[in-house]
Each structure stands twice: as structure tokens, then as C-alpha cells.
Ligand binder design. Sequence first.
Ligand code: ADP
Ligand code: ZN
Ligand code: MG
Length: 493
Amino acid sequence: MNYQVTIGLEIHIELKTKSKMFCSCPNSPFETEPNLNICPICMGHPGTLPVINKKAVEMVIKTGLALNCEILENTYFERKNYFYPDLPKGYQISQQRAPLCRKGFLEIGDKKIGIRNIHLEEDTGKLFHQKNYSLIDFNRAGVPLMELVTEPDITSAKEARRFAEELHLIMHYLNISDADMEKGQMRIEVNISLSREKGKLGTKVEIKNLNSFRAVEKAIKYEIRRQAKILEDKGEILQETRGWDDVKGMTIPQRRKEFAQDYRYFPEPDLPPLHIDSRMLQEIKLQIPELPSQRRKRFKNEYNLSEKEIEVLVKNKELGNYFERVVSELKNWIKFKKIPKAHTPAIIKTAANYLETDLLGLIKAQTKPHTLTSVRSLKITPENFAELISILWEGEISSRIGKEVLCEMFKTGADPSHIIEERNLKQISDEKEIEEMAKRVIKENKKAVEDYKKGKENAIQFLIGQIMREAKGRANPEKARRAIKKYLLEVDQ
Ligand code: ADP
Ligand code: ZN
Ligand code: MG
């Protein structure tokens, strides 16, 4: 049976401000003692007054602009009333009727996924359930929290995952949140329904407790199968909230939703309404950097790279920036050395390859888990990296030696030409010298020569390998091949 799958996402993201949403407590829910970053305001003591964190408002507007939203000119905060032990005030300051941003979209592939709205609120504290009691840590209470709600435009698990990953990336580009899902800085709730008729929506199920992008995708796939089976058996889908059990790989009922809870929203009487004027909007617009989708397009136009290569440089913003600095150095060198322009794309591609496989490999091996910021603490300057690429391009060293030099540069930050000189790594290109080696190698490896005579072509490779061993990897491989072939012919006669 074919069902139409409908998915909408509700995503909470903690904003990376210095202080909390309505008080001056540090916004630092991690790496501190419990209940250290709290004050009478975020604890909701009577008589205290909240003050709006302007930076948080700007961050939400920035996100809204990056996601093609309308920004409301006049907006305000509301109280969302409910009781739960992690909510010290007995209400959460949030927005319902007048969210800061609405009617936007994010393009995934060629498809526009609608953004219904984005609003600003405050996070709750954290409960730690023990055997017979629970502990509460309020460090997180009052941390600025942005909530984004999509239209039900998503139609597959893969698409939902891609949306979430792209949003995560945009948060990095805008420097609004680290959006680490494992740390709960980005929390995704999935709403999903199946229906047989096109255009008609089925009963939706909400999935919570998703701690990774992988979990988002897996939970949706599981839920599609579960709901399809129920419909297949002529059963009824219950409107409910389910939790994802990552170990069991299944969703589990959490609570039934028969009627909407009444939060008795009303305007927050202790905060003034917000007026977003055009000057403020203009200023925020100017702060929006190049976004991932723009970088993808630009890199495609400017550099001769594959989509996969571009994606590495887009996903890791710092690496992409580094790459561009290297390219600009290389362009200077190309101009200076009067290298024909036609070689530029190949030179840039070489640089990208060394960055993405070799350099990234070294970074990943060193810092575990690998973080996006690790490029920033790199000891190799873009100038030195470009110099290494130019040395390789000019054939002064082999690619094998190139990797060795890069490794040393990575450790010490030294100049590639210094390393090459100090360790005597320059490629041996002198024909006489290589031919002498070839003669010697052929004399000392009778067996390989016999094999070659019997028609085993790969004996040549072995003999080249012997030259390389003698030359400690420094022999020019092309010249070594030519010399071996030349003297094999001589022995042949
Ligand atoms: P609720 O009032 O239950 O929170 P909303 O209308 O606010 O529901 O929608 C919450 C999220 O669920 C939105 O992302 C929306 O796109 C999505 N959604 C709404 N109806 C459906 C449906 N039938 N199937 C899947 N997703 C849906
Ligand atoms: Zn506080
Ligand atoms: Mg809702």
C-alpha cells in the first residue's frame, strides 16, 4: 500500500548569548555546579522584574531573515501557564500570538520547506530522577530558547534529516548556537501522519527524545512502518506523543493527547511590548554572513570542485574559509611565476584534495571528537599550506614526501621549504643519478628481471619500488620508470 507521509518539525534551539533571557545570570548550563547560575529573577521570586535580552531578540530576527521570514514589527511576550517542577515561576515567558518571525522557508534541494513561525522563549531547568526522588538543576532555567515550527511540508525521513542538518549548519554560520543535539542545545520533535488520500492529512503522532540526526531519520522510518501496519490492518492511529528508544530502535507511547492543554496564555505584564523598527532590521541584515546555500553556489562557480568536495568545505565553515585563503595565496604565486592560467583549476583542486583528505585526516586523528573549530587552532598558516602545494606542483617533492612534510608542518607549524631542506627531502630528478640506481637495482634483483621476461608487467612496479627504497622515496617516479624500462630492454637483448 502507498501512503502519503506528512511531517512537520518543531525545533528548539538554545541561543549562545552571554547572559540569560531575562536576567544577568551567565548563560552557562554546562560545566558548572548545579544551581550556581541562578538569581531571584530566573527563580521567579515575588517582586522581581525581568528585562529583555536584546541580543537574543536580534539572534531570532537574524535567523528569521536567513530563513526568508517576515519579521513582525510589533510583538510582545506572553505567559504560558503550567505547573512542572523544572519551571520555577509556574509559567514560561514565551510567545504565541505574535511570534517574532513567520511565513518563511528553507530550501532543501529544489524544494521549499515552509517555516510557519519562529519565536523566543526561555528554557526550563533540568530534572535528574533518582530512585525515590528527583533533583533539580536550575542553571538552564531562563536560558534563551528559540522555537521554530515548520509547515507539514516534509515527506520523508531523509528530507526531515536534511532539513535539521541544514538548520544546524545555518546556526553555525550565524554563530547563534552550537546546536549540539547530544547536549540538548538543539531539540527536535517530529510530527508525523500517514494518509491514503492525497491532500488529506491523517492523525498525527509526535515523537520526542531524539538526540541525533540519525535518530530523527530512524524514528521516522520506524513510525512510517508502524502506522502503515495499523492502517493496513484497518486499525486507528491514536493521536499521541511517543518517545524514541535508541537502543531498542523503536518509538514507545508516552502520553495520549485527547484534548489540547490550556496554557491560559496572556501578555506578560512585566515586560514592555517590542517594536522592531526598520533601522534595527537593516542593522541585523548587514550582520548576516554568506549562508551555506550561497557558499555552495559560489564555490561551484569559482572552483572546479565536485559537489562532494564542495560539501566538505561548506559543512566545515572554518575549513572553507581556510581553503579560500590558501587559494588566494596560490593565485598570487601563479601570477608571480607566470604559470599558464589554464593550470589554475587543477592547482586549486590539488589544494582541496590535500585539505580534505590529508589535513582533515590529521585534524581528526588529533582531536577526538573532531570539532568544527579545530581548524582555527591549526599551526599551519594558509601561506605555508599554499607553499607546500606549489612545491608539489613544481615537482620538487613527490606526493609521498608531500604527506610527510605536511605531517611535520601540522606538528610544528614549520615552513615546508625549511623542512625539505633540513631533512634533505628534495626529489631526485637528475637522470644520471636515477639511471645509476636503476642499473644497480636490476643487477641486484635477478628474480624480478626473470619475472619480467616471463611477461609479468608488475615486476616493473617492484623494481621502481626498489629505487624508491634506495632513494628514500625521493626519486622522481616518472624518471625512475623510464630508467627501469630502458635498462630492462638492455638486459633483454
Ligand atoms: P499542535 O497544535 O498539536 O501543536 P500544530 O498545528 O501546532 O499542532 O502543528 C505542530 C507541528 O505539526 C507543525 O510542525 C505542523 O507542521 C505539524 N503538523 C500539523 N498537522 C500535521 C499532520 N496531520 N501530520 C504531520 N504533521 C503535522
Ligand atoms: Zn538569573
Ligand atoms: Mg503547536
